[in-house]
Design a protein around this ligand. Sequence first.
Ligand SMILES: [Zn+2]
Length: 881
Amino acid sequence: MYFLEQTRTRFYKDPFKFLKSLFTKEKSGALKTTKKDLEEHLRTTNFDSKRHEHLAIPSDIPPIEPPEHHIETSPPTWKEVENTVRRARTASAPGPNGVPYKVYKNAPDVLRFLWRLMRTAWKNKIIPKVWRRAGGVLIPKEKDAVNISQFRPISLLNVEGKIFFRVIAQRMAEYLQRNAYVDTSVQKAGISGFSGCLEHSSMIWHQIQMAKVEKRDLHVVFLDLANAFGSVPHELLWSAFRFFHIPDTITTLVKSYFQDLQFCFTTSEFTTSWQCLNVGIMAGCTISPLAFIMAMEVIIRSSKWVAGGQRVDSGFRLPPLRAYMDDITTLTTTVPCTRRLLRKLEENISWARMKIKPSKSRSISIVKGVLSDLKFFIGDDQIPTVSEQPVKSLGRWYDASLKDKDQVQQLRKDISSSLQSIDNTQLPGKLKAWCLQFGLLPRVLWPLAVYEVPISTVEKMERGVTGYLKKWLGVPRCLTTIGLYGDGVLKLPLTSLTEEFKCSKTRLQMTLNESRDPVVSNNAPTLATGRKWRPGKAVQEATAALRHADIVGHVQQGRGGLGLTSRAAWSKATAPERRKMVVQEVRHQEEAARWAKAVSLSKQGQWTRWDSVEKRKISWKDLWAMEARRLSFSIRATYDVLPTPVNLHQWYGEDPDCALCSMPANLRHILTGCKTSLTQGRYTWRHNQVLKNLASALEDKRAATNSLPPPAASHPLRTNFVREGAKPPKRGSTPLERDQLRLARDWKMLADIGRQLVFPPEIATTTLRPDMVLWSRSLKKVFIIELTVPWEDSVDEAYERKHLRYADLAAEARHHGWNTEVRPVEVGCRGFVATSTTRLLRDLGIKGQSQRSAIKAVSEAAEGSSQWLWMKRKDPSWAPK
Ligand SMILES: [Zn+2]
């Protein structure tokens, strides 16, 4: 019990931290060093004896064309600054001055002031000192870390400088891109519009697979640069700036920033003195990554010309080099080509005063489709082959099998052990489900996207997940997965692993097909996912459907409200929009398939025939607040899988009869059809519970309306007095004729609760007792409201029956000159509110939040009472709760 409380407390205190501790290895420890030693260490690692030695660009580098598009050199514009701030992550930690982005996001006046400062800084070419100072902390990389090598430094610069340099970085990136200065088929990082890492790893993997299938030669070397970010000399950056014709105005600004960039670290015991960054780039800085990419581009440009890449069927030549930040990969078809390329790269990297680490690099040699143990060298040091040691590059593992089988196996193991560890926590089931949704699922999406996972395996994984989910939510194993993942009548906030897998593969396929890099888009590999479902085909079909929809408009599939009511035209959509639309279409198709399956299920698919009820959507917020037993009852009642005598008879051959009346008892019988329950007043009790809630919502509205100032006489085309400068109220947004209560201030209401309702004799004389009467003498308007709490299948029937019952009364009232509306309303016994109910609320002007809470109240009253009836199903005596 104590542990249970402790776990829950830990969870509620910080759920995301709890997740982290559940899925990642513990990282802890404190740096064991003195201030003096740490300062000494920082001084030596950031020291560059050749700091001021100029680096002349290698003379054999192919020249570049002068820029066709020029870079803007005037001070930052308001729009640039505003956009940068809007796009910045609110959550990013502030720098030493403690000012977060939030200040500038929420206070445009303050931002405007900063913008003026930036313009001054730009014009005077002076970077304020506070923009060049970073505070840092050391985060342990492993458990019980003590050594400096076991810590990762994090530097935090002040956001003002970050905004300023982000504007410069954006201008430069656009300039490099428009002039095609960065070869995007080689270097993908940091160039907008490229999800470089996935594109690269997909292309490299595909090239390896094709070499195997087509029995060709291919030599791949993954190079590891030793401490690349920390060792790039600043002089190399300036050489790169010159090489790409970056104007002096900009170079001077960036240089004066780098000249005096300083940082310090704070540990639990001390803060170091300021340290100069003499070499390498600053983590967390907004201009550094782009400067680094330009430096790498110079190294690559001066190396890649010595070898050609593989020629593919379409006539294209694939580039012999691929780079992503500090990851460099060579791919050639002959050994001499790779040797030449490695030699040249080594030469240029040491010219740049950086180093390759052969022991951490790796090679794959395929000869006639078979992995060989051919070896490559950097100087005298051999690069290990992938058979000697597997390697992880750009987020995917390569091993001697050159297949993903082991990775997929590992993924399956990881998923089942994670499920196990969620299950082992002492949390209540719904919170375990939350851990699955927010902890496990996001962690498996990346491996599912990069590796060749067959759809059948994903389905197996999903079955494992579903099994646990059912256990945690307290629903029987026989419940269809549509009940868990579908967007049907009761929508739970859970996602299907298979659906997420399909979406992520589709997204990747679209990224490759529509890549802005022609080398990728013209040679886009088809992603392998087994025979049952293929992303290539899914993209084709979705694209065709979307094109078709452009012509004929979207056709609704099924009643499930698959809801593509309004959408942008395919033909006018941008590439990212198209990617979204195709993924959305794949989701629709999944939902349509689920719908079709549900229709065919006679019992668990009954809800597909509920024509006039509102869908219920349970959010995580609802779920957190919900009692576990209620949630389980909701789901089991909706899909009729509660252990009713009839179900138990079907499952285990038990006695199918009702404990009260000896008729066969299915859920419908227990909740709405049992004669004994009816005579005992069980159903009336439930009806009154719901009625109380409905009446209270109506009474609130009635009282509020009566206390409004008198309505203008010239309704409904009355002219509103509009203050000068104020906008006139929009007509049509709140149609006056709909909000019928507003027309009078003398509304009266009677409800058949507590004491018997006597129908107002001024309207008509009758012995009938409707549930509620709402009337206005001045308008001569009356609403006769009658509530039913039926079995959901019978909502329409109840409506007709009640309408008929009050037909004579309505005729008499009309005869007396009353504008009469008979409004039967239903709330299904399992909490599904009929559209007649929402319509009534809307017509009486109960809208928005007050409508939502009224619906929630009546829905919960119906469901809660039914749950009580369910619990009392075997109890021959009846007492209301
Ligand atoms: Zn019965």
